[in-house]
Design a protein around this ligand. Structure first.
Ligand code: HEC
Ligand code: HEC
Ligand code: HEC
Ligand code: HEC
Length: 177
């Protein structure tokens, strides 16, 4: 009897781990990060992002400059083309079921474009434990994260990418403890 119970629990446990590791993290959108990360006590990363061109990256695709560049490539509307969106918004390649209702392309290159989809790490308890946050999908980005987009292929407006210089323009540290 006991052995039977043990094996039932083992099977349930394995099923649980299986589903947990395969349930994909979802993109929740920048406003979900903002509620905490606009606060000075946590470093107000929100403001740095808001003032950077990353927050305008979708809007940029609606400008005359964007349309002109797109036209040469036979693209009608850059705000609807995979060829442009893949670098101008967060999570473009992710399937629909990995986007929560609060996700919006209009936020452009939002937090999750670099830090990964946040549905499972955004809870306070998880955020306060860096290892737990990483286990729940948080990415601490490196140069190669930037180079997915900061590459000349497909980017008509490519500027030579220098990680140190570019990062300095958008650095958003936590307050010193
Ligand atoms: C409920 C509040 C809350 C929400 C929502 C939240 N965070 Fe955080 N986050 C924090 C706090 C507090 C810290 C600092 C933890 C510490 O001091 O160790 C933190 C730390 C971080 C860190 C640094 C991790 C480390 O320890 O170095 C990153 C990156 C981060 N958050 C990204 C995000 C992103 C992206 C979102 C939205 C998807 C988000 N957070 C949503 C509260 C939050
Ligand atoms: C999802 C694609 C994507 C990723 C990832 C990305 N960028 Fe960008 N970045 C862009 C786009 C698109 C623009 C231009 C936005 C515009 O002009 O509307 C840009 C512009 C910039 C600019 C110049 C604009 C400014 O705000 O003054 C800097 C600096 C920059 N990125 C740094 C970085 C760094 C550093 C990383 C990695 C930590 C990174 N980017 C990762 C897409 C990306
Ligand atoms: C491989 C990623 C990538 C793709 C694909 C991409 N862009 Fe960009 N785009 C960027 C980055 C990064 C920047 C910022 C310049 C830089 O640092 O290289 C940028 C900047 C821009 C700018 C601002 C230029 C300026 O100087 O004001 C426009 C407009 C633009 N892109 C339009 C488009 C259009 C239209 C498409 C689709 C045909 C497109 N982009 C596809 C990455 C990309
Ligand atoms: C263009 C990519 C990019 C975007 C967009 C971005 N971050 Fe970051 N973030 C980084 C990088 C790179 C680091 C530094 C990682 C490291 O130190 O190893 C970082 C670090 C952080 C840290 C920890 C800083 C520290 O001192 O340890 C927090 C908190 C954070 N980001 C929150 C956010 C929030 C909130 C947003 C959106 C409002 C956001 N980030 C948008 C790339 C990005």
């Amino acid at each position: 009897m006991v052995r039977k119970l043990v094996s039932i629990f083992t099977i349930l446990g394995v099923l649980f781990l299986f589903s947990a590791s395969f349930a994909a993290h979802k993109y929740v959108g920048e406003k979900k990060c903002k509620m905490c990360h606009k606060l000075e006590k946590y470093g107000n990363q929100q403001e740095v992002w808001e003032n950077s061109l990353h927050s305008k990256a979708f809007e940029t695709l609606g400008t005359a400059k964007a349309k002109e560049a797109a036209k040469k490539l036979g693209i009608d509307d850059p705000q609807k083309s995979e060829k442009c969106l893949r670098c101008h918004v967060a999570g473009y390649d992710a399937p629909a079921e990995e986007k929560a209702a609060t996700y919006s392309m209009e936020e452009g290159v939002s937090c999750e474009a670099c830090h990964g989809p946040g549905s499972d790490y955004k809870k306070m308890k998880v955020m306060k434990d860096k290892d737990a946050a990483i286990a729940a999908g948080l990415i601490m980005p490196k140069e190669k994260t930037c180079k997915k987009c900061h590459t000349p292929e497909g980017n008509e407006f490519y500027k030579e990418f220098n990680y140190e210089k570019f990062w300095a323009k958008i650095a958003h540290p936590l307050p010193k403890k």
